[in-house]
Design a protein around this ligand. Structure first.
Ligand code: SF4
Length: 654
């Protein structure tokens, strides 16, 4: 009997219209856990580096995590993996909500799409019955609208629907996959779904999930819930509001936006409005948010309530996720939060990434101001800031006029437009838009995360370790007192010795070796979460989370019946980390790609940055080009990866 997982994947060949239920190898669960880990294994095995993102040989994988759907709080992530049209590297983008638990209850760990459908379809998974159904009547419909129409059509109000909107249908590189409470937005996974001509996946599952040691597992889950209560009663003092508690990161609960609006950049990640936040704006924004926020809501089996149902008069109700209320507002230089709530509804229906898309639009208007784009490119565009953004969003998702080139994201659009537009592409890493954050002094830990993160997106790589030092020793002592999550006591000392100024401050402290240690801890927790399907908001993202390296092994053992300890779990993390690095190295990723945006920090230290990369690569068992060595791959049971990379000349003679 298989525990925690179902032991079956659903393989759907869209070209042939063939559906297969395929038993999986339990050995792979031991090696990779599930979720991101087994998704990566499938991409490595079945998508050679020559395969283009929009090839029918590219796969689109909807994976559940190993713990998804079990009673583990917050274990609800769907991990969507494919080759990204934006980066041409592996994309993995997660969504919460209810989709993955429903899929597990229907009896599947993953849905794997290959090929392309000859006409627009949706997939209906109802436990053992799986159908490919015509979706031509849904062409052009919004994501929320599509979900409602399908549920009515099937008379299944409890079905979970993951759908694309117009952006996905038109293969906009920033297209998302939307699912009620959540979405999978980064790196163009919605564009690949559109390329496969799949409008939606609908799932209803009513089966049980087996647990290896149910009583012990429930006890451990209760401990997690208990700790969540403890953290709710003990917010971390001395850090920004959104980092004081748990959650991901509770954007709809809090109304204090001083930190975001004054530290994040406005427009195309260039302008800081340091004195923007004041009492009058705080009151006005608070009133708007509380007015439209009908109810705070959670994902499957989570008490945190990070999302909210939004009702703005005159437009359809929708769910606001994460940070989108600010991204459009700030990119358009609109001082009314009201605009953010309105345009986010349209963007959700279109199905676009709320981080990248506003930046693409701000980039376009910057090009117009600079004369690189002309009035002719914007014929018919209103002149007011709000109207301009609605107009351009419509053009991008339809790929009309200038919207066609902008639909490929800032990096590609800059090169297609030419005439100096490349100089305005200043906030991408590996061809992908980053958070519009510009800071003063280089932070060595963040430098490494930005440069080397395989997720190619700083959000949800960070976590665990405070972002900046506490000013006083008393505060530091208080913080470390109940810091049970540290994998090693040395991290407490790192924090105690970290100062705001002087020898023990950024950029030379944390030291190179300490920075590598800290990044490794942060990455480890994210990779484990992404394999287990646990929301980062309860684990790898916040300070002092309920899940950590000390309780995870017991939780995994009790759920899945796999003998686990911290060393073995660390080995699995390293295996998954290296496998994804190998996929990207095989697709051409090099050290030259591993750099944050030029102006992310005002003060840069090229020599230190090279040392940081050298030390990080060495720690990982990679060569100085960032390629895993044959020896380290062999030690991680990835000898077959080395055997592939060596004849390609990617692993050099060591
Ligand atoms: S912490 Fe928030 S985003 Fe994460 S599972 Fe819970 S409600 Fe969803």
């Amino acid at each position: 009997m298989r525990y925690a997982e179902t032991g079956y994947n659903l393989e759907i060949d869209l070209t042939r219209g063939n559906i297969e239920r395929v038993a999986t190898d339990p050995k792979l669960t031991e090696l990779h856990l599930g979720g991101l880990g087994t998704n990566a294994k499938i991409l490595w095995d079945r998508v050679p580096p020559e395969v283009e993102p929009f090839s029918s040989d590219n796969l689109l994988i909807f994976g559940t995590g190993l713990l998804t759907g079990t009673p583990a709080p917050g274990a609800n992530r769907t991990i969507i993996s494919t080759i990204s049209p934006q980066t041409n590297l592996m994309a993995y983008s997660m969504m919460g909500g209810f989709f993955a638990p429903e899929l597990k209850h229907a009896g599947y760990d993953k849905v794997i799409f290959r090929g392309k459908s000859p006409k627009l379809v949706y997939i209906w998974i109802n436990n053992d019955k799986v159908e490919i159904r015509d979706a031509s009547h849904l062409r052009g419909k919004g994501t929320v609208e599509t979900a409602e129409l399908i549920k009515q059509e099937l008379n299944e109000p409890n079905a979970q629907v993951a759908a694309i909107g117009l952006a996905g249908e038109n293969r906009v590189y920033t297209a998302s996959i939307e699912q009620g409470r959540s979405s999978s937005s980064r790196l163009g996974v919605g564009a690949v779904m559109g390329d496969k001509v799949v409008k939606a996946i609908v799932v209803r599952g009513t089966k049980d999930i087996n647990l290896a040691q149910p009583a012990e597992f429930i006890g451990l889950c209760n401990d997690v819930l208990q700790y969540i209560k403890v953290r709710a009663d003990n917010p971390v003092p001395g850090v920004m509001t959104i980092l004081q508690g748990l959650g991901s990161p509770q954007e709809m609960l809090h109304v204090d936006e001083a930190w975001h609006t004054q530290n994040f950049m406005w427009g195309n990640a260039r302008v800081r409005r340091k004195d923007f936040w004041n009492k009058e704006i705080e009151e006005r924004w608070k009133s708007v948010q509380l007015d439209v926020r009908k109810r705070l809501i959670s994902c499957y089996n989570c008490p945190m309530k990070c999302g909210a149902i939004i009702t703005v008069p005159g437009i359809s109700t929708y769910m606001m996720k994460c940070f989108s209320k600010l991204t459009y507002t700030m990119a358009a230089f609109v001082d009314d939060l009201d605009f953010g709530f309105k345009i986010a509804q349209r963007a959700t229906e279109y199905g676009v990434d709320g981080f990248s898309t506003p930046q693409i639009m701000a980039f376009a208007f910057e090009l117009k101001e600079a004369g690189v784009l002309t009035d002719a490119d914007f014929a018919g565009c209103p002149t007011d800031n709000e109207g301009k953004f609605y107009w351009l969003l419509d053009r991008i998702v339809r790929r009309e006029g200038i919207g066609d080139v902008l639909a490929n994201g800032v990096y590609w659009a800059a090169r297609q437009i030419g005439k100096g537009a490349e100089a305005f592409d200043h906030n991408t890493i590996k061809k992908h838009e980053q958070l519009p954050l510009k800071l003063g002094m280089l932070n060595p830990v963040y430098f490494l995360m930005y440069a080397t993160g395989e997720k190619i997106n700083i959000t949800q790589i960070e976590g665990q370790f405070p972002q900046s030092p506490f000013p006083t020793m008393e505060e530091r002592q208080a913080f470390i007192k109940d810091w049970i999550q540290v994998p090693d006591e040395k991290f407490k000392q790192y924090l105690l010795d970290w100062e705001l100024r002087g020898d023990h401050s950024n950029p030379f402290y944390p030291t190179v070796d300490m920075s590598v240690d800290i990044v490794d801890w942060q990455e480890k927790m994210h990779y484990i979460d992404d394999a287990l399907g646990v929301c980062a908001g309860l684990s790898s993202f916040p300070l002092k989370p309920p899940y950590h390296i000390h309780n995870y092994p017991k939780i995994i053992s009790a759920a899945a019946g796999i003998a686990m300890d911290e060393a073995k779990l660390t080995q699995i993390y390293n295996r998954n980390r290296n496998l994804i690095r190998a996929i990207n190295a095989r697709r051409g990723l090099t050290r030259a790609d591993e750099k944050p945006p030029e102006d992310h920090w005002k003060k840069r230290f090229p020599e230190l940055e090279e040392k940081l990369l050298d030390a990080y690569y060495k720690f990982k068992g990679w060569d100085n080009r960032g390629i895993p060595t044959k020896k380290s791959l062999q030690e991680l049971d990835l000898a077959y990866v080395a055997e592939d990379l060596e004849p390609r000349g990617i692993i050099k003679n060591e």
